[in-house]
Ligand binder design. Structure first.
Ligand code: 5GP
Ligand code: ZN
Length: 112
């Protein structure tokens, strides 16, 4: 996938914009959300630019499975393995950054 010009998460993936990274491999980066909504709130993003989670699912299902796997690993490393995984998709669902990202919420007992 092409990098999208001026995409903040492409820049974070390339290290051009600083972030607090908690995990990185050849295809994904995970970093702390600027405005945490839980004790541990990490975003897992593909290094390639995809608009949303549906686009990843269509183009590269294995990459989507890998994002879920990394989310689980973070929840085990940082807590007891429980986590909430959220993909806001589209403006009316609260998506504000149009580079697909998984919100991993963990680190405490989450409100329902
Ligand atoms: P969305 O609303 O698109 O589902 O989630 C975007 C998330 O990205 C928000 O939770 C917001 O706090 C986070 N965010 C936006 N810009 C930055 C940034 O430059 N650095 C980090 N670490 N998080 C960001
Ligand atoms: Zn991007």
């Amino acid at each position: 996938m092409e990098n999208e010009k001026d995409c903040i998460f492409c820049k974070i993936a390339k290290g051009e914009v600083p972030s607090q990274k908690v995990y990185e491999d050849e295809s994904v980066v995970a970093f702390k959300d600027l405005h945490p909504m839980a004790k541990v709130h990490v975003l897992v993003i593909p290094k390639g630019h995809y608009r949303d989670v549906g686009e990843i699912a269509s183009a590269d299902p294995g990459l989507l499975a890998h994002i879920v796997e990394v989310a689980g690993k973070i929840a085990k490393d940082k807590y007891d393995g429980s986590y909430r995984l959220v993909f806001n998709t589209g403006p009316d669902a609260g998506q504000t950054v149009f580079h697909a990202h998984a919100h991993v919420l963990t680190g405490e007992c989450l409100a329902e």
